[in-house]
Write a protein that binds this ligand. Sequence first.
Ligand code: ZN
Length: 527
Amino acid sequence: MRLTALCTMMMITITVQAQIKKAPEIREGEGPFTQLIIRGVTLINGTGAPPVGPVDIVVENNRIKKIAIVGSPGAPVNTSNRPVLVQGGKELNAEGMYLLPGFIDMHGHIGGKEQGTDAEYVFKLWMAHGITTVRDPSAGNGLDWVLEAKKLSAANRITAPRIMAYTAFGQGAKEAISTPEAAVAWVRNNSSKGADGIKFFGAAPLIMKAALEENKKLGLRSACHHAQMDVARWNVLHSARAGLTTMEHWYGLPEALFNDKTIQDYPLDYNYGNEQNRFEEAGKLWKQAAKPFSDHWNNVMNELIALDFTIDPTFNIYEANRDLMRARTAEWHNDFTIPSLWKFYEPSRISHGSYWHNWGTEQEINWKENYRLWMTFVNEYKNRGGRVTVGTDAGYIYQLYGFSYVRELELLREAGFHPLEVIRSATLYGAQALGLDKDLGSVEVGKLADFVVVDANPLQNLQHLYGTGAIALNENNEVVRKGGVVYTIKDGIVYDAKKLLSDVQRMVAEEKKKTGFKISQPGIKTF
Ligand SMILES: [Zn+2]
């Protein structure tokens, strides 16, 4: 997303918008401790291994030192096996809970001016949902600002996930990049400033090729949203061959799969600047591609896998296209969506991703079919050994930070992933795609202490990971909430996830009081 904003932004030097960027102090977290022992937990380690427990996990100086099995399920804990707490150490009783590696959001814009969301709001929603690493695809608040936030987060001076900064290609350039030489110069400059990678939106073939090859040579990684304006001449296959490491969303993939046309079947009065047009026609795109399991479909998939190419589908961000009412009326909006963000979501001819000029049954049915074909590709990609990751693109189209991450997990499940495959995509595969798997992505001895602890089994119901939990009926016939992350642990620092959520709830309530804002359904009369 952010394409419209970026087109104008790329030409100008970004100024840091300090007033909307305050980030929370570390005081929310407890630690780090010389030794941290998490006791009696059931471990889902992120590698695809099944749950095992109870275990005690010992962390020393932010590294996992030991994972000790301390009993059998349903039997008393074997105390002789238990690691001993050293003086000054900290114990966390997690009996009956589940522990997973910290989640990685591969597509996390840190809000911004358009949405009126400050960093504290975004960071807390992420951390409350167990997200301990995000890739910022475009450095929308400016590279300097993102690198500063990254540094503060790495030093744990703010409550925030680790940040990987992938600058929007061309950001900060004095004029549009129109030659391969200018592309190479920009790529070198981006690397020397300390960015972790580049986010592309497509460009002329010679420029894409030069930029991707130079970026790869420098050892950086890359993401691309293959926007419609360049996709007829440069699709996902071209990018993958030139060294792109991850594709975002899905654009550019059906185009690589065309076998009876070379350009999307645009209606003749289409205008890319009209987002109703853009998203409505996108909903008819997958059925214009080669049929699932046909020769061409197979060949494209196999080539991408051979290139070690990562797909980051961000299924959730298009969900309003197949079910607008679901996205608009999600139960968390009222308490957790800040008024300015709600206003940004509402139908508009100007805001990006707010294209509900005329959206109804026909558009939604097309998109349901679009999803079926897209999900078939992504699930088979995973089955053949391809890497699929979890990214959200939250802050657009009724998708809220943190909550949308759990929804993305559910949509991978819908695509056909086993819940353990879903968790692996959220953790180990994300770390691999970012080049961080030496330290992150799974709970194994020697890795860093980034964990999610939840008090209900997330494999049985991924909805247990929503901040608002999942609905259940108790023995007294009362509706209760089960789940919600209990602790998010980053760098061995323990954050009370419910406390982070209540902070956000308070922020939203204060903002509503100040502005007199109430979420409403436009045009509905009181009868
Ligand atoms: Zn985006």
